[in-house]
Design a protein around this ligand. Structure first.
Ligand code: CMP
Length: 138
């Protein structure tokens, strides 16, 4: 059934000028954009968004990275959205990502990995609601 996932084009990919190329990969793969914005996370937002990682050794670097410049956040709709989007972006570490995946093409390393994709339907709903109000979703 058709459902939704949440994504961010992270600061590394925005800095390198990859917004257009990444959106092209996403829409070519059949995802429909139902919400989108260009924005910058503040420290509080990033700490809240990544709360599940707060005990990890990389947490402060992750917050620093995700707040250092603007991002594109979006809600995407497609059949089997969460799983298909994770296949499209590839493994967290671009060194392990399959050929043709967004991270293989555009990510720098494990931390600066170009894009986010929700890992479950439940988190897709939580993350989408964190970034967008109902009136911003079309
Ligand atoms: P993502 O899976 O979108 O959300 C968690 C993020 O933490 C992940 O992308 C990376 O940006 C970052 N991350 C995950 N594992 C590591 C790691 N081992 N070292 C540094 N950053 C990491």
């Amino acid at each position: 059934t058709t459902n939704r996932t949440f994504t961010m084009i992270k600061p590394d990919a925005v800095e390198k000028g990859y917004i257009g190329a990444i959106l092209e990969k996403i829409t070519s793969a059949g995802f429909k954009i139902v919400a989108m914005k260009y924005t910058q996370l503040n420290k509080r937002d990033a700490e809240k968004f990544y709360e599940v990682h707060k005990e990890r050794p990389f947490f402060s670097d992750l917050v620093q990275f995700m707040t250092r410049g603007p991002i594109v956040s979006a809600i995407l709709e497609k059949e089997n959205a969460v799983e298909d989007f994770r296949a499209l972006i590839g493994a967290t570490n671009p060194a392990d990502a399959a050929e043709g995946t967004i991270r293989k093409l555009f990510a720098s390393n494990m931390a600066e990995n170009a894009v986010h994709g929700s890992d479950s339907d439940e988190n897709a709903a939580i993350e989408g609601a964190f970034h967008f109000s109902g009136r911003e979703i079309y």
